[in-house]
Design a protein around this ligand. Sequence first.
Ligand SMILES: [Mg+2]
Length: 265
Amino acid sequence: MPLSPALARYDNVLLDLDGCLWVGEEALDGAVGAVAALRDAGKGVAFLTNDVRHTPEDFVRKLWRLGFQAAVNEVVTCGAALQFVLAERTERGAAFVIGSQALVDHVADAGLRIVNNTEFATRADLVVVGAHEEFDFRELRIATQAVLRGAELIGVTRDRTFPMPDGPWPGSGAVLAAVEEATGRRAERTVGKPEPDMYATVRDRLGEGRYLAVGDRLDVDVVGARRAGIDSALVLTGVTTRIEADAADPRPTHVAESLGALVLG
Ligand SMILES: [Mg+2]
């Protein structure tokens, strides 16, 4: 299938997952064919998600299960972006991590010593904060004490909630707010979309060229692309309506009913 003229001029296409490729456990109509067509046309492809609970390997398995081809290094989670940011540093040190095992592993893989469950936890040089289901008061206490002792504070995202089948669940932004409130400090940075770190991680992997970021959220996907200096395409298969898209500031470069419609015209 030939690509639509709008897509032909890009070298690399960054794809959001939820609301763009799939909703829940179902691939959206035309999405599988669209990703295959991008590959056939020789485009670089990356999958970007603010999910902090799962590993890139988990997403590769889900992508294949739903019919998409994907490789691990094409999946950029916030954890992968955080690993990229931390690995660039010369100073490594000790980290206390609130978050899923996936997030802990990314911080460890960046070369930091994980001090969770040690007597040195409150003396960490860095506190990383993400939402996870076992979040508890003890973690909040340790993070608070470490930050008040001078540890750097990094959040994975400022997402207030994320969608789940039974309704919204508190996101990493909610847990980060608890640490910020307790310490009176604001996190030095967050790495998920719409912050530039996700896009810098992708550029490091895909290289030069013209980039397009596709997603379903104005505040995350379109704002993130704008801040990273690349074009954006909003798809209407997720949380945003046509009326909201038309009124948006910044405006997406392209608006399409779906990824299939965007890529294949
Ligand atoms: Mg989305």
